[in-house]
Design a protein around this ligand. Structure first.
Ligand code: C2E
Ligand code: CA
Ligand code: CA
Ligand code: CA
Length: 277
């Protein structure tokens, strides 16, 4: 028994050790990151359920590390937030995403919106709206083709400041989406007050929604809530036909997920745009 405990303790120490090591190399490498060389964006299509048309894409960051290969955002964004690198990285993402969308429009395709994830830390910066304006000027993208995805966690931090920023962004004509809806703490009142355009229902509720009574009740509830507030809805992580069928029957607006496409490189989106008209 004693030996077993020792083994467990050693295993625990080893995994902790690995985590700490990973934290340090990611931190170090982030600090000397060549933004332009090592970062890139994949884009995941978002479709209208009604028309089957591509209406937008979500930009998702990837880090192509010289030695370690491709590092997913879940592993480095939280560390980038801790060490302040989220600001240059976030700015790079916004400019890249807006410029890419403008490029597609210049090629003559029907305009779609680009949806960009922003960290609460970016929103908290007092000059965030000014920076967004600059990025729109630089990329020459019209504000209605940019959507910012904000996670629900912002409702718990610096709420007043962020609320003002969201209102300013809305006045510019930018779309605001609440990401991972259902996992955080937002309330009806807050959604009303902020003029949110879009709610993204978290994947956790969509996964198996067709066969789970509680999930289906929650999703139906969110849909009717959004409808009554005039907010469009995006279901995230749609993987199965049955899930899509449920969402269609219950009048969800937009869908996104592996059933349609994984996040892909820009040239693949261009192929979809060609078919889109
Ligand atoms: P998220 O914003 O909730 O993005 C959706 C994630 O779900 C993406 O993972 C996407 O690849 C994945 N996904 C999409 N459809 C499906 C599906 O049908 N099934 C499953 N199992 N997964 C699906 P990814 O690209 O690894 O991104 C993870 C998270 O990293 C994002 O979650 C977002 O919070 C964050 N992130 C990504 N790019 C950025 C960025 O530019 N800035 C910031 N601040 N965060 C980012
Ligand atoms: Ca997102
Ligand atoms: Ca999400
Ligand atoms: Ca699923």
């Amino acid at each position: 028994c004693k030996i077993q405990n020792n083994n467990n303790a050693t295993r625990f120490e080893k995994s902790l050790d690995k985590e700490i090591q990973e934290y340090f190399w990611i931190k170090n490498d982030l600090l000397k990151l060549g933004l332009k060389e090592e970062l890139y964006l994949d884009y995941q299509p978002i479709y209208s359920i009604d028309t089957n048309r591509l209406v937008g894409v979500e930009a998702l960051i990837r880090w192509n590390h010289g030695e370690k290969g491709i590092i997913p955002p879940a592993r480095f964004i939280p560390i980038a937030e801790k060490i302040g690198m989220i600001h240059p990285i976030g700015e790079w993402v916004l400019l890249k995403a807006c410029s890419q969308n403008k490029e597609w429009q210049e090629l003559g395709y029907d305009p779609i919106y680009i949806s960009v994830n922003v960290s609460v830390l970016q929103l908290e910066k007092p000059d965030f709206t000014k920076r967004i304006k600059k990025i729109l000027e630089k990329s020459m993208l019209k504000p209605q083709y940019l959507q910012l995805e904000i996670t629900e966690t912002f409702f718990t931090q610096n709420y007043e400041l962020i609320q003002d920023t969201i209102k300013e962004l809305g006045k510019l004509g930018i779309k605001i989406a609440i990401d991972d809806f259902g996992t955080g703490y937002s309330s009806l009142g807050q959604l009303c007050e902020l003029n949110i355009n879009n709610i993204k229902i978290d994947r956790m509720f969509i996964d198996g929604v067709d066969g789970n009574i509680n999930k289906s009740k929650i999703v139906k509830g969110i849909i009717s809530l959004a409808e009554s507030l005039n907010i469009t809805l995006t279901a995230e992580g749609v993987e199965r036909e049955e899930e899509l069928k449920f969402l269609n029957t219950n009048r969800c607006t937009f869908v996104q997920g592996y059933l349609f496409s994984k996040p892909v490189e820009a040239y693949k989106i261009e192929e979809l745009l060609k078919r889109n008209g």
